[in-house]
Write a protein that binds this ligand. Structure first.
Ligand code: PHE
Length: 358
């Protein structure tokens, strides 16, 4: 084998040794690069005669072409190997059973909230949303809670590690009642002209604009057992106007309960109670005439006539504005509607439980 043949053989061997495209390019440089062996041989022809150059050049070219074709072959080989490796790695087992898509659905409590919103909307109530992290003023002071009221204590209310403008820590709202004052403020601002006209009227002909709203949402208390969860839901209701009375509360709430439970035989009881922000106050109990819960009184809501101090904190005249508020438990309503006896099931996220409601 002459020198050129053996050079081509060496190159072929070096290319074969390259395991990756990068290694192959390195090997190529040794033979075909700017200072590779072929270039060196070309330079070495400078001293030859024209005749010698011709034959030597042709011979070098043959070797060069042999090396180039060896390179091309090896490149193709490496590319093929890479592709088949990739195909092996991405192989699909078409005999595996497919993954089913499980249809999603609304949480039972969300269903209840939607029903509540639908029913109250049909009675002309607005639906409002508000912050779950509340100021001390909105959760307590504006609602006529005395400074030492137990609801303010750490045992009952969660506090956030951040002070409000008043220097008192924010709380995780323990009820939706702060939405009474919040919504009143927003509503009065939005309809400022109407409220101002009513306030300025001395003839008694301009009717005061009403406030009629429900505010459903999450609430928090330091409490946990089969019927209490540290996070639970409430839905506040507020109807204020010139002549809104306890009678209206009875009508509205009875209507709501009968529609919600789809039971015309359902009866309500207003049991005297106490809340700082209502006077008089009542717990609302319901009773089914038939079914598994027949004859039992079941508490579903707190309620009462809005306290004059709260009306004042809304920026309204308690001599003119009167009405009622209620705060009900959508979780409780959901338990009663579906016959669930442990509140915690709603918040465990167990699909065996939740999928029964779809
Ligand atoms: N906020 C009261 C509670 O959490 C419920 C309530 C709301 C009572 C509105 C009266 C009026 O228990």
């Amino acid at each position: 084998m002459n020198e050129l043949d053996s050079l081509a053989a060496t190159a072929r061997a070096a290319f074969a040794e390259a395991r990756t495209p990068a290694e192959l390019e390195n090997a190529k440089a040794q033979f075909l690069g700017k200072s590779g062996r072929i270039t060196e041989l070309m330079k070495g022809m400078a001293a030859l005669s024209v005749e010698e150059k011709k034959s030597r050049g042709a011979a070098i070219n043959v070797a060069k072409q042999a090396i180039e074709s060896a390179l091309t072959d090896r490149r193709q080989q490496l590319a093929d190997e890479e592709l088949s490796q990739q195909l092996r790695a991405e192989a699909l087992d078409v005999s595996l059973p497919g993954r089913r898509r499980i249809p999603g659905g609304l949480h039972p409590v969300s269903r209840t909230l939607e029903r509540i919103e639908e029913i109250f909307s049909s009675m002309g109530f607005d639906v409002a949303d508000g912050p779950e992290i509340e100021s001390d003023w909105h959760s307590f002071t504006s609602l006529n809670n005395p400074p030492n009221h137990p609801a303010r204590s750490m045992q009952d209310t969660f506090y956030v590690d951040l002070n409000g403008d008043d220097g008192i820590p924010y709380n995780l709202r323990p009820h939706t009642s702060p939405m009474q004052v919040r919504y009143a403020h927003q509503h009065i601002k939005k309809y400022a002209a109407e409220f101002a006209a009513a306030a300025a009227d001395t003839t008694g002909t301009v009717k005061a604009p009403e406030i009629r709203v429900i505010a459903p949402g999450r609430t928090y208390r330091v409490d946990s057992d089969a019927t209490h969860s540290p996070m639970f839901h409430q839905c506040e209701g507020l109807w204020l106007g010139e002549n809104v009375s306890f009678k209206d509360l009875k009508v509205v709430f009875t209507d709501f309960c009968r529609t919600f439970f789809e039971r015309d035989d359902l009866v309500l009881r207003f049991r005297p109670s106490f809340f700082p922000f209502t006077e008089p106050s009542a717990e609302i109990d319901i009773q089914f005439a038939s079914g598994p819960l027949a004859g039992r009184w079941l508490e579903v809501s707190g309620s009462g006539q809005v306290h004059p101090n709260v009306v004042r904190n809304m920026g309204l005249d308690p001599e003119r504005y009167i009405g009622f508020a209620f705060g009900m438990g959508p979780d409780r309503l959901t338990m009663l509607r579906y016959g669930v006896n442990d509140l915690r099931l709603f918040f465990d996220g167990d699909l065996r439980f939740l999928s029964q409601f779809q």
